[in-house]
Structure formats: C-alpha cells, structure tokens
Design a binder for this molecule. Structure first.
Ligand code: PRX
Length: 575
C-alpha cells in the first residue's frame, strides 16, 4: 500500500512542545536536556529531588502535585506536602539503619502513602522495588529473595503474603494501617513513625549511574528478571514527558497504571513530576463510570492508559461517554500492547481525540517509539523513534532489513533510561545486546517506507494479557505444583478485550480425571498461590503434551493447535 492510501489521522496540535518531529530528529542533542538538572553544576543528583523538592522550592510549593481518590478517600497533596512527607519517610528508613544501595520493596495498593514511601526511599539513595498489590506469596518471595531486600512497606491485610520467616535478610516490615496494636519483632508502624519523623532530610546525593529502581518482569524461561534502572533515567523521563506526553505547566495528567508496573513509575511518578505537572491517581479497580468521573472531576487534560482499558471503555458504550463531561481532555496516549486501529477510530469518534500509541518496555525504562501530537497518526502503527534514538528491523544475524520486511525490533544503544543490569544475572542482560550496537527487544515488527513502525508479535513465548507480561514458564512451574498436574504448557490465546488470555494445556497425573471442578481448582491454585493475573482463564486437558526430545514443551505446537494452524517442523518432537 502506498503511503497516500494509508489511513491517516492528521496532526492537529500546532502548539505542541515538539513542533517538528523531523527537525528534532536532525538537531536533537541529549546534552541539552541534561542541562535542565542539578548535576549540571554539582555532578550529583537525586531523582526524587528533581521531581518534587526542586518544584516545592521553586515556586510550585502550593501547586497540587497529587490528586488522589478512591472509593473512600479524596486528597489533594501539594508539592510542599509531598516534599515534607517523602522527607519524613526517608528519615524513618534512616532511623532503621537503611541507606544507599539497600533494596526497599513496596507492596500495597495505591494510596498517598505509597508515593511518600517510594519517593522517600529514593531520597536516601536506596533502591525501590515496587510490587503489584495482587501478588501472592510465591511471587513476593521470588522477588525479595533475588534482590535480598532489607525492608518492605506493606499493609496488615497483605502481610500474610510476605513470607518473612523464609527471608533472613528482610529485617524490617513497615506496616501502613490504622491502630496497629501488637507489632511483632521487626515490624514498624508507618503512621506512628511518620508522625514523629522530621520533615527535614539531608538528601543522599548520588551519581547518575547509581541505583534507582528494580522492576521485576517476565521472560519466556526462568524466574522473573530484576530490571535495574539508575537515576540517569530522569533525562529520558523528563524529555519524553515533554515531547510525548506533551506536558505543560497547567496540565492535569492521569496515568492509569499501577506503580507495580514500569508505566506506573516512569510515567505515573517520574515524568509528570519532573515536568511539574499535577498528577492524578485513582485507586481501586477499573470501572468505566469511575474512570470517566475521574477525568470530569479533576479536569484531566492528558490521559495515558492501555489498549485493554480502552477496549473495555469501548464495550461500555458511547452512552457512558456522553454521561460525563470529558471536554478537558486534550491529549490521549496508550501503551502496553498493540493498539487496534478500531480502538483508535472509536476514540476519535467518542472522545474527539486521537489516541497516541507508544512503544517501550520495562527494560527500556522509557518511551522509545511513539506518536506525537504534531505528527500524523497511522492507526495500528506504534509511531516513530523519539529524537535522540534510532530503531531498526534486524534479521537473526544482526543485519538491518529494508522497509516492509518483518524482523526483530531493535534499538540503537545507548539511550538515557536503558536498564543497566538484570539483577544477579549478567548472562540474561547480555542476551539483549548480542548484536553489537543494538538492543534486541524480543518483539517482531516492520517499518514502512515512511519510517512508521508496525508491531507484529513477540518473538519468544511471552504472553501479554491485558497489558501485563506473563512468562509461560512461571505459570507452568506453578501449575505442576498442583497435585493433579503432571505436565503443563501455557500459551497466550487471542482475546478481543484482553489482547491475549492465558490458556493452559495440562496432562493429568495418574488417578485424576478431567472435570470442570478440577479446572476451577487448578485456576484457583495459581490465582491464590502466585498471582491473579497469571491464572489460566482457559484449561484444556490432554493425554500428552508435545515435547522436544530434550523434554521441553513445544508451546509453538500448542499455539498452532489453538489457532488451527499447521504445526510446522516437528523434527525435534519426542514421539
Ligand atoms: O511486546 C511489547 C508490548 O509489551 C512488551 C513490554 O512489556 P512490559 O515490559 O511489561 O512494558 C509495558 C509497558 C512499557 C513489549 O515487548 N508492548 C508495549 N507497548 C506496545 C507493545 N506492543 C504493541 N504496541 C505497543 N505500543
């Protein structure tokens, strides 16, 4: 198809922060962005200072930094208050003897306290590890064990999922709750300590390459990987906040992601606050009415969400949209999975807004391939690389392919927010950089003749369900702990709302018979023992699973069965 025929939504924002994408690509220089930060004169820096304190001290003290709401709370927290409260938490940690480089995990639902804890941890130079609140014991254990965390901030109701007795290095459990009466050894009452703590803190000034955050994410094999990011990422967070989120001083910005995922920190904490915006956080579960109410109530101008959510809003219907005043919206963005052209068209009709797709990964730390307000959108395309970076499609030998050829989506190294390590696993880290000069994403894609990138799928077996990355191996490992399961193979099955759902093929142990009750019991086992989002929504029993002679389950064959496709080369199959 020639570019003239391609469906296009014309650029509309004449006054965007990025006026000309093409010109910026020619002239852009990261060192200009660096000048924005303190280190330019001191050599030292701290992300939390740049995000909060600098604004609190620089004229935005009384500006709302955070509008927090859920079913029971409604709070507006200014930059000055955010500074004071994160300082207090930094002091609480210091009094416990925690300092630079220590790992402090946060395992709780969204609340203002979560943000005080996250920023306070960063202020003392410790490395923060946010965990999704719905994780079950095994998921929590894997992450705390691998990172050797010394402290966790959690709530009394989640405490049973923290296997304290099995984690010798975990010295402190900081509990966020009301009227905590009996504290066990090692437990700390967040509210009581915060009430006593000073709101003045000597910030730990760190080097740009010092540790900031650990986000665990899934691959196709093995345990979750601890993706390690450093303070230097602020350059990219600030810059993409400007040119991709298009944040301006008066914006009220809402990122719907939980900080347990990278979107909820890079773009739910760092980018908006580095840019001095007012940030909105809505706690609780997804409900279309609550979401639209959030936009209406806080007059949200810039909204960053995910395809799954847009699809659910789409199925909630146009009447739901019309029941709210969404006229404050001026810029809408999406990330996490392919954004269907149909959703883009619907968004244009329902909200009068072009939904701007953005592509990046936990490992990349920040946005890399995006659509910009001042650039035409081709529905279905992820957009073009941000100025200052380069992307290409390469073959399995590292050669760059011409336009319209499918291959490995790769990014030219380095960029400011790139991960600096996989915690405890240098070999895994090296795999991403197997072709000199390139980061290999694990996604397949092609680039059209005008430089737009089009997502095609994952190269590996990683499942993307409702925007969450799930490693099939982790789910399989949990499944075979169930007494009835002999073997399990897990794949992503296409789903109109969730993108993919988790489907498990299971061979039962001798003495167990297939039944619906057993299916339900197995799904519950994963849900309660590992994580709700990783539980199979569909289970199919088989007498045997296709395996290679070395015993590896051939997920590719399962997938072909599922899609009714030819199973391809079976030469390595066991029998
Ligand atoms: O497969 C791509 C998909 O999500 C993966 C990264 O997942 P995660 O590390 O959890 O980060 C999600 C949020 C940054 C990618 O390898 N993905 C992400 N964005 C898009 C996407 N797939 C298609 N289109 C996107 N815009």
């Amino acid at each position: 198809m020639s570019s003239e025929q391609k469906e296009t939504l014309r650029a509309t924002a004449a006054n965007a922060n990025l006026t000309s994408y093409e010109e910026a690509r020619r002239t852009f220089d990261w060192s200009e962005v660096e000048k924005h930060f303190t280190w330019h004169s001191t050599g030292k820096v701290n992300m939390a200072y740049e995000a909060i304190d600098r604004h609190a001290e620089g004229g935005l003290a009384d500006k709302v930094a955070l509008h927090y709401s859920d079913a029971t709370r409604l709070e507006a927290i200014t930059y000055a208050q955010m500074k004071a409260n994160s300082n207090k938490f930094g002091n609480v940690l210091r009094q416990l003897g925690i300092g630079k480089g220590d790992r402090v995990f946060i395992f709780m639902p969204r609340s203002p306290e979560l943000y005080y804890a996250l920023l306070g941890t960063i202020k003392i130079g410790a490395i923060v590890g946010p965990l999704f609140e719905a994780f079950m014991e095994q998921a929590v254990r894997d992450r705390l064990e691998d990172s050797q965390a010394v402290a966790i901030v959690t709530t009394p109701s989640q405490l049973p999922r923290v296997p304290v007795a099995d984690l010798p290095h975990l010295k402190h459990v900081i509990l966020v709750g009301d009227d905590l009466l009996q504290l066990a050894a090692g437990q700390v009452d967040f509210k009581a300590e915060m009430a006593q703590a000073s709101d003045e803190l000597a910030i730990e000034w760190v080097d740009r390459e010092d540790g900031l955050i650990l986000h665990y994410t899934s691959g196709s094999t093995g345990k979750p990987k601890g993706v390690f990011h450093v303070h230097n990422a602020m350059i990219q967070h600030y810059y993409t906040g400007r040119i991709v989120l298009d944040l301006k001083e008066d914006d009220v910005y809402w990122c719907t992601a939980d900080p347990g995922w990278v979107t909820g920190t890079s773009y739910g904490v760092f980018a908006p606050w580095l840019n001095g915006a007012t940030n909105v956080v809505r706690g609780g579960r997804f409900k279309p009415q609550d979401w639209y109410d959030t936009i209406e109530r806080f007059k949200v101008t810039v909204w960053y969400s995910a395809p799954t959510s847009f699809r659910m809003l789409m199925s909630a219907g146009d009447d739901t949209v019309k029941a709210f005043d969404l006229s404050s919206l001026r810029h809408v963005l999406s990330v996490g999975e392919p954004l269907n052209p149909e959703v883009v068209r619907w968004g244009f009709k329902a909200y009068g807004q072009r939904i701007h797709d953005t592509w990046w990964m936990t490992e990349t730390g920040g946005q890399l391939i995006c659509n910009y307000p001042s650039m035409d959108i081709r529905p279905g395309s992820m957009g073009k690389p941000i100025p200052g970076t380069d992307a290409a499609i390469i073959d399995d030998n590292g050669n760059v392919l011409p336009p319209n050829r499918m291959g490995n989506l790769a990014i030219k190294t380095p960029w400011p927010s790139m991960m600096r390590a996989i915690w405890n696993n240098p070999a895994k880290y090296e795999e991403y950089f197997r072709f000199p000069g390139w980061y290999v994403s694990g996604d397949s894609a092609y680039m059209d003749e005008d430089g737009y990138f089009w997502f095609q799928g994952r190269v590996d077996d990683v499942i993307n369900t409702a925007g969450e990355r799930v490693g099939p191996f982790e789910v399989e490992s949990k499944l075979i702990e169930h007494p009835a399961v002999a073997e399990a193979g897990v794949i992503g099955k296409p789903d109109p709302i969730r993108g993919e759902i988790i489907k498990a093929y299971i061979a039962l142990r001798e003495g167990f018979e297939p039944s619906d009750e057993l299916k339900a019991d197995i799904a519950k086992f994963v849900k309660e023992g590992f994580a709700a989002h990783a539980a199979p929504r569909e289970i199919e029993f088989k007498d045997k699973l296709p395996k290679t002679r070395s015993g590896k389950i051939m997920r590719r064959v399962l997938k072909a069965w599922e899609l009714g496709l030819p199973t391809g080369d079976l030469s390595t199959i066991e029998d």
